[in-house]
Design a protein around this ligand. Sequence first.
Ligand code: SF4
Length: 368
Amino acid sequence: MKISFPHMGYSYIAFKWLVENMGHECIVPPEPSGHTLDLGVRYSPEFACIPFKILMGTYLEVADMGAEVILTSGGMGPCRAGYYWVMHQYLLDGLNKDIKVVAFEPPLCDLRDFWKKLRKIRVTGGLSVKEFIQVLKITWEKIKAIDDVELLSHEIRPYEVKRGDTTRTTWKALDMLDAANTLGEIEEARREGLKILENIPRDPTRNPLKIGIIGEIYVVLEPAANHYIQIMLGEMGVQTDRSIYLSSYTRNNTIKNLEGDIFDVAKPYLNEAPIGGHGVNSIGETILYARHGFDGVVQLAPFACIPEIVAKSILPSISRDLGIPVLTLFIDEQTGKAGVQTRLEAFVDLLERRRETKHKQKMERLVI
Ligand code: SF4
């Protein structure tokens, strides 16, 4: 089978390996571009949110590249993400594209359905259960290693002496991970990748601001959808921490795993059942970023995304109570890189002045 999937950051490296090692041909989805968005906007309902439109464009691109199957995720809770794949399939059928969208619902929703779909892909690829488990294990290690490299790159970028060094080195490290095929090779590539990042010439005298990035999963994870916001901020000399990584749930160094269940953290401000998407997470994570001394938070919200709109309406209270400025960037097909950059520069300026004022007040108190 010729299989493809949505493009989400650098995860395509691991998913390409997964598909190829399950005995299928992988149609690697291209990074979302202006063309992808144009296609998506042309064939999606106008009211659909931006992740839907970008995915629609991607699916049309991979269909033209020969993909027969698209593997994607479903969703549960009060958010239209759960209907994405049904709508995509409907629209692709209407355009006479011979391609099938297979959605994996969260295993806890319907374990049988999850295994049934996985089994079909395994069997058509000709893999035994044992081989399949090994392939899954290696894929997971790749995902974790990719996240490790990316995490470190965002820590290092604000200190780089030569602009662009970190981005170039990150790609080198990712290429090494791309070429790794066994658990041992992945570990070696991971270590080497982290080492070359650590060796980037840095200016340790800088004192970068710290900004947390929160919001809807797709626009947070796909740099092309958020106009490479973390790289942009890093090159402005800001250290960023992203609340979501694909391997977030298993690692203890991302903000959401620092203080237990995010729903408990968010409770004082939103004591409701899940509101869909990452709405509750956005509230809880802002609280955590404030508690952990971050200078500010940037919320990435697809235009008309209900969960993020609910979160946005609550964030001013958190901002006031905990003293953490929050900038919300709504993203749609009209959003341009220059506009995002201007708003970020103004926000960073504000945070810098705020930090200076705080420092001055502290010094004055000490003198008195
Ligand atoms: S979380 Fe927001 S952007 Fe994502 S599918 Fe739901 S409404 Fe759309």
